[in-house]
Design a protein around this ligand. Structure first.
Ligand code: KG4
Ligand code: ZN
Length: 353
């Protein structure tokens, strides 16, 4: 029998966060996260081998912490869900192997799910069942995509890409520009903070793929590498002139350029498809300016915006449990116990066979 409100434990290890979440239906019971970000900071980016080792060390205590918080025993869960891609291969393997061990020893079904779809599904924990169709703007350290979501479990092209970045991801651009400005890694939250003191119209940075010609071929695609180079050139010119770099103004103007393009294209996609609900997910969805701008511009068009609270936007296990719980509730066939970790899993593959 399929429970309406399944108790699902979700495991996330695609990057540098070991996340274990426990949900019952759409109710979040525990969201335990152990991050190895401090170990990567001095390298200015995530070191895959360091991340894998940290996952290995954090896994058992994080599972324990999640169960304690939720007040459940492992044997209570109806299913195990795990991110099986995309992400860092070695890091994913730790999560997948742990999930398999749990599923096998507990005799419970396993659902290998897509990290990107999980970033969308997590919103159900905060705002209830996802409106389908909805338009999802997915912006993280590794991905920037516009998705038309008609079924978050992926059935019948349920998660359909309308556009994606053709070079850097939005989060990657935040991280690289932060580095240029001497801010710590990961840079997104630091730019967000510093930008509050700056003037967002101080510098007119380029909006990638928005010229009339680009729109013909790349209407719903993104490009952030030109923007990153423009910021680098601007900062270099300032330094050469001997004048101080106005870090807050650069951060605010850069952030404005990123958010402007993201929101503009997302709303254009929603309007084109006649979709009235925009969902924003992924680490960059934690950005305060993006949230405010999306809300403001969408309201004028009669489009509703759903963004999870910042803690659920960045990587966590609750998002994996949320998607797993939807899989169970909709009666999807669980994955096989020999499901692989797939570092380049396409966004359209939501559930492993
Ligand atoms: O989704 P996520 O936690 O991991 C990936 O799946 O990549 O996203 C991490 C990215 C990083 O690039 C980080 O700088 C960015 O999300 N980020 C932000 C903010 N918080 C995290 N970017 C802009 N503003 C923020 N407040
Ligand atoms: Zn992510």
């Amino acid at each position: 029998m399929i429970p309406d409100e399944p108790l699902v434990l979700g495991i996330e290890t695609s990057c540098d966060e070991t996340g274990v979440g426990i949900v019952r239906g759409h109710t979040l019971l525990a969201d335990a996260v152990a991050s190895s970000v401090d170990q990567h900071a001095r390298f200015g980016g995530v070191v895959p081998e360091v991340a894998s080792r940290a996952h290995l060390e954090a896994m058992v205590p994080t599972i324990q912490r999640a169960c304690d918080t939720a007040g459940i025993a492992l044997s209570d869960v109806d299913a195990i869900a795990v991110t099986h891609g995309p992400g860092l291969a070695g890091a994913l393997l730790v999560g997948v192997a742990s999930a398999k061990a749990l599923a096998l020893s507990l005799g419970k079904p396993i659902y290998g799910v897509n990290h990107l779809a999980a970033h969308v599904a997590v919103d159900q924990l905060e705002h209830g069942a996802l409106p389908e169709p909805c338009l999802a703007l997915l912006v993280s350290g590794g991905h920037s995509s516009l998705l038309r979501v008609t079924d978050i479990t992926g059935t019948d092209r349920g998660v359909d890409p309308m556009g994606a970045t053709i070079d850097d991801a939005a989060g990657e651009a935040f991280d690289k520009v932060a580095r240029l400005l001497g801010l710590p890694f990961p840079g997104g939250p630091h730019i967000d903070r510093v930008a509050r003191e700056g003037n967002q119209v101080a510098i007119d940075f380029p909006r990638g793929l928005t010229s009339r010609r680009d729109l013909e071929r790349h209407r719903f695609d993104f490009s952030f590498s030109g923007l990153k180079t423009a910021v680098a050139r601007w900062v270099e010119a300032r330094e050469r002139s001997g004048e101080p770099v106005p870090v807050a103004d650069v951060a605010a103007s850069f952030q404005e350029a990123v958010c402007d393009v993201l929101v503009r294209k997302a709303l254009d996609a929603a309007a084109t498809e006649g979709i009235e609900d925009l969902m924003i997910g992924g680490g960059v969805a934690a950005n305060s300016r993006l949230r405010a701008m999306a809300e403001e511009r969408a309201t004028k068009l009669g489009i509703r915006v759903r963004v999870p609270r910042p803690g659920l936007c960045t990587d966590n296990g609750a998002m994996v449990a949320a998607l797993g719980s939807t899989m169970v509730a909709r009666g999807r066939t669980p994955s096989s116990l020999d499901l692989p970790a797939d570092s380049s899993l396409p966004v359209t593959d939501v559930l492993a066979v």
